[in-house]
Design a protein around this ligand. Structure first.
Ligand SMILES: Cc1cc2nc3c(=O)[nH]c(=O)nc-3n(C[C@H](O)[C@H](O)[C@H](O)COP(=O)(O)OP(=O)(O)OC[C@H]3O[C@@H](n4cnc5c(N)ncnc54)[C@H](O)[C@@H]3O)c2cc1C
Length: 385
């Protein structure tokens, strides 16, 4: 195990808090400090969703945290696609969800229990002072990472964004399953991605291309007016429920990948190192898995450079696969307007295969009812494999 006296973690998101807890589990004598710009009980957004096996990966490395979080999750088996008001069910996909704030509060309480020093409401503008006193600096500070910006040449980030815009709302309407609603409103096409994350609350993310964004003049509206406009446009899906805001300004999803996650005694985790479009529900899981992998590497090696190299070597290929799947999924959303002319089963099949990770064979096992319906409707047997 690498000898560490003091570790400084920037950012108390899922990556930073999970790394802090695991470091304390590894050795209670390590002084672990987390600095976070937000207050302890505040964050952006609403709920986050996890695909299929949810948090199973956490069970081996931190059973206590796993046991704390999983009973609080909402779960469902099917996805529903609604296109111009007509719906189809994609059976057997399986997801679970939790409020982002709830997840962070549970991680904070666990971090507190194991003796992590947490400093909230403190935005770091520089690493000076922090770095000198620490054996290891963990940049778990998200998409605009200060740690990454401290050595752009070393971390080699590549970043871009597509043309779509999104706004992350919530609603007190508890949807019974994850639903993707695609509508053509008076000024253009829109998508909403909505699911329950607590008994009486759901996430409601609205996404549209640049043409719809301009046509509805969302750039000219504040959060409240955007929420009101989207509530009108998605009145059927919302069944009259309002949209709630929490830093819900319109944004464009940034794709980010760093070619190196290490610079001296600094290491990047989670969104600071790589993003994953929310449509595949993996950003939080990737952040937590990065933290697990880093701490396992620190346990396996005797010196810091070897541990960091092992972490990067083991973790990067796994994260890269999900990054690519997320990029393919984001790309699918860039062109959803054109696909909305497809018949519903074909549109749904295109949605299901958007990340390039599942083929027909796998889908027949995963989603048998939908595939039977989809393939039953195809005239040409050659299309079946
Ligand atoms: C609309 C939307 C929907 C999403 N939905 C999902 C989903 O359904 N499922 C999923 O798995 N993921 C989802 N994600 C992605 C997920 O939120 C991120 O991938 C995840 O939060 C990454 O965790 P992190 O700890 O790396 O970074 P973050 O959660 O971003 O945490 C970084 C922390 O660092 C702090 N910080 C930053 N700079 C400083 C500084 N200078 N000083 C002090 N503190 C600082 C920030 O305040 C923040 O708390 C979604 C993202 C978006 C935008």
């Amino acid at each position: 195990m690498v000898r560490l006296d003091r570790v400084e973690i920037i950012g108390a998101g899922p990556a930073g808090l999970c790394a802090a807890i695991l470091l304390k589990n590894l050795s209670p004598r390590i002084q672990v400090c987390v600095t976070e710009q937000n207050p302890a009980h505040a964050t952006f957004g609403f709920g986050v969703v996890f695909s299929d096996q949810a948090l199973d990966f956490l069970q081996t490395d931190d059973p206590q945290t796993h046991a704390l979080i999983t009973p609080q999750m909402e779960r469902w088996r099917d996805i529903r696609i609604s296109l111009h008001g007509e719906t189809i069910t994609l059976d057997g996909i399986g997801f679970s969800a939790i409020g982002r704030l709830r997840l962070l509060e549970l991680l904070q309480s666990r971090a507190d229990e194991v003796g992590v020093e947490m400093h909230f409401d403190q935005r770091l503008e520089s690493l000076q002072g922090i770095e000198d006193a620490a054996d290891l600096v963990i940049g778990a500070d998200g998409m605009n990472s200060l740690v990454r910006r401290s050595d752009e040449a070393g971390f080699a980030p590549k970043t871009d964004h597509g043309g779509n815009h999104f706004a992350w709302f919530g609603t007190p309407r508890p949807f019974d399953t994850l639903t993707q609603s695609f509508i053509k409103g008076p000024c253009g096409e829109l998508n909403a991605h909505h699911y329950r994350y607590a008994p009486g609350l759901s996430t409601f993310i609205v996404e549209c291309d640049a043409a719809s964004f301009d046509a509805y003049n969302f750039a000219g509206m504040d959060e409240k007016h955007s929420a009101e406009k989207c509530r009108e446009l998605f009145a059927d899906a919302l069944g009259g429920a309002p949209l709630l805001t929490n830093k819900s300004r319109w944004r464009q999803f940034r794709r980010l990948w760093c070619d190196s996650w290490i610079s001296g005694n600094r290491v990047l985790l989670g969104d600071a190192a790589h993003s994953a479009h929310y449509s595949i529900g993996s950003g939080t899981r990737l952040a937590l898995e990065d933290a697990i992998s880093l701490v396992n590497a620190l346990a396996a090696e005797n010196d810091l450079p070897s541990a960091l190299a092992l972490f990067q070597q083991q973790r990067m290929p796994v994260a890269r696969k999900l990054f690519e799947a997320a990029s393919a999924s984001a790309q699918w959303y860039q062109g959803f307007r054109e696909k909305m002319t497809l018949p519903l089963p074909e549109f749904a099949f295109s949605y299901l295969t958007r990340s390039g990770r599942v083929d027909k064979q796998r889908l027949r096992g995963l989603s048998p009812d939908f595939m039977a319906r989809y393939e039953g409707g195809l005239g040409n047997p050659a299309d079946r494999d």
